[in-house]
Design a protein around this ligand. Structure first.
Ligand code: GLY
Length: 427
C-alpha cells in the first residue's frame, strides 16, 4: 500500500498524479501540494495546501508518503531533494547542486563546454555596455538573450534585430526583469528544428523517453509572446542516425559528465535541442524536471507503471525497470485565459464542457483551475490542457481539438495549429 505526493499546481503535475494513481502500487492516494481543480475533483487524489519547503517534508513524514515527485524547478533549486533525503524520505528529483544545470544558464554552459557538448555560440556578459558593444560588432545576427537565473519561463528573449537585442539587454541587466540581473548569456540563434528530449536517470543508468515538441509562442504560426507552452506532442520522429548522433554528442556525455562532477541523482534531465539545417544537433538548455506541457503529451503514452519507474530511478535500479509505451501518438492543446501571458487576472470564470470533453483516450489536465461545489472555474494563466491519444499524430490532433471545442470559458484562447505539420528533421 503506497502513497505518493506530487508537488506543484500545473497541468504537468496533474498528469503526473493521474499516471501515479493508475499504478497498482498506489493503493491509497496521491496527495497534491497544492494541486488544482483537476486534482481536487479526481478520485483518490487529495489537495493539500503548500506552505513551505519545510512543510512538505513534515507532511510527507507525518503521512507516511512513500514517494514524492517534484514538478517545478523552483523547489529543486531551493534544495527540496536534499532536505527530503536528509530525513530518509524517497523523492524523485535532483539535489540542489544538480538543479544548477537549470537554475544557472552560465553554469550549464560551462558544464557543456567542459564535456565538449555542442552549444550555439554563446557569450556571457555582466555589463550592459559590453553587451551592447558585442551586439554591435555583429549587427546582422539574430540572438537569444538569456537571464542567468530562473525566471518562470520568461528568461529567454528572442532578439532577431539589433534594436531588440539592445532592448533585451536593457530589460534583463538594467531593469532586472528576471531576478538579480547580474549576468546574461548572448546566444546566437540557430535556424532549425527543436526537439525536447526527456531522459530519466538514476545517476548511473538512463532511459530516453519518447521525443516531444512544445509550442512556446501564444499565437498560431509561432507568433506572439513566449508562454509557458501552448501545446505539444509526442513522439517526434527522428531518423535512427539522428537519434544516435544526439545521444552520442549530447546525452551520453551529459550523464557521464554529471557522474564525474558528482552531480548525479534520480530525476529527469530535459534536453532542449536544436538540429540545424545540415543535421548538427546543439544543446539549447537543460532542465532538471519533467517538461511542461510535454509531460501532458507524454504520460498518456506510458503503458507501464510510472510509480514503479520513478521508484526504480530513486533506488538505482533503472536498468531493470520495464518501460512500455502505447503505439501511436499523443497531442496536447493548452487553453489559456484572456490576456495571458502579459496581463491577466485571477478571477473564477465558470468552465463548461469539461465532463463532456472526456472520451476514451482523451484526457483533461487542469492547471489554473479551482473546483467549487461540483464545478470547475478558470482562474488566470494557462487553464487546462486537452491531451488525446491516437493511432497517428493526425488522429490524436483531431481528437484533442474535438474535445477542446466542447470546452468553454469567458476569454478562452487556444492555438489552432498544434501538430498542423510535423517537422521532419534532416538525417
Ligand atoms: N517546455 C519547456 C519547459 O518545460 O521548460
Amino acid at each position: 500500500m503506497s502513497t505518493a505526493l506530487v508537488i506543484g499546481a500545473g497541468g504537468r503535475e496533474h498528469a503526473i498524479a493521474w499516471a501515479l494513481v493508475k499504478s497498482p502500487h498506489v493503493l491509497r492516494r496521491v496527495y497534491c501540494m497544492p494541486g488544482n481543480g483537476g486534482t481536487a475533483s479526481s478520485p483518490r487524489m487529495e489537495n493539500i495546501p503548500l506552505t513551505s519547503l519545510e512543510g512538505c517534508v513534515e507532511f510527507a513524514a507525518a503521512h507516511g508518503v512513500d514517494l514524492t515527485v517534484v514538478g517545478p524547478e523552483t523547489y529543486l533549486a531551493q534544495g527540496i531533494v536534499d532536505r527530503f533525503q536528509s530525513t530518509g524520505l524517497m523523492i524523485f528529483g535532483p539535489p540542489r547542486a544538480t538543479a544548477r544545470l537549470e537554475s544557472s544558464k552560465a553554469f550549464a554552459l560551462e558544464f557543456a563546454h567542459r564535456h565538449s557538448i555542442p552549444t550555439p555560440s554563446t557569450h556571457l556578459i555582466s555589463d550592459y555596455t559590453t553587451g551592447i558593444d558585442y551586439l554591435m560588432e555583429q549587427p546582422e545576427k539574430r540572438w537569444f538573450i538569456k537571464a542567468d537565473e530562473l525566471c518562470g519561463g520568461k528568461g529567454a528573449i528572442f532578439a532577431p534585430t539589433l534594436v531588440m537585442g539592445k532592448e533585451a539587454l536593457h530589460l534583463l541587466l538594467q531593469q532586472r526583469a528576471c531576478g538579480l540581473g547580474k549576468q546574461v548569456l548572448i546566444q546566437e540563434a540557430i535556424d532549425g528544428e527543436e526537439v525536447s528530449i526527456m531522459v530519466i536517470t538514476d545517476g548511473q543508468h538512463y532511459r530516453i523517453l519518447p521525443l516531444a515538441r512544445d509550442y512556446k509562442r501564444l499565437k498560431n504560426g509561432d507568433r506572439g509572446p513566449n508562454t509557458g507552452g501552448m501545446g505539444g506532442y509526442a513522439p517526434v520522429s527522428l531518423s535512427p542516425q539522428m537519434r544516435e548522433r544526439i545521444e552520442r554528442r549530447i546525452i551520453a556525455p551529459t550523464i557521464q559528465g554529471m557522474a564525474v562532477e558528482g552531480l548525479s541523482g534520480a530525476g529527469i534531465i530535459y534536453f532542449g535541442i536544436i538540429i540545424d539545417r545540415v543535421g548538427d544537433p546543439y544543446l539549447l538548455e537543460y532542465n532538471v524536471r519533467f517538461g511542461d506541457p510535454e509531460t501532458q503529451a507524454l504520460l498518456p503514452l506510458l503503458k507501464s507503471d510510472l510509480y514503479a519507474l520513478l521508484t526504480a530511478a530513486c533506488e538505482g535500479t533503472l536498468d531493470q525497470a520495464s518501460v512500455e509505451w502505447y503505439p501511436g501518438a499523443c497531442a496536447c492543446v493548452v487553453a489559456s485565459s484572456a490576456g495571458y501571458p502579459v496581463n491577466y487576472g485571477n478571477e473564477n470564470l465558470l468552465i463548461s464542457g469539461v465532463n463532456v470533453a472526456k472520451d476514451d483516450g482523451t484526457f483533461i489536465f487542469h492547471a489554473a483551475t479551482s473546483y467549487i461545489d461540483g464545478r470547475w472555474y478558470a482562474r488566470g494563466g494557462r487553464i487546462l490542457a486537452v491531451a488525446a491519444r491516437g493511432e497517428s499524430l493526425e488522429q490524436a490532433r483531431e481528437r484533442a481539438y474535438e474535445s477542446m471545442a466542447r470546452i468553454s470559458f469567458a476569454g478562452m484562447h487556444y492555438r489552432r495549429d498544434i501538430v498542423a505539420r510535423e517537422e521532419t528533421c534532416v538525417a
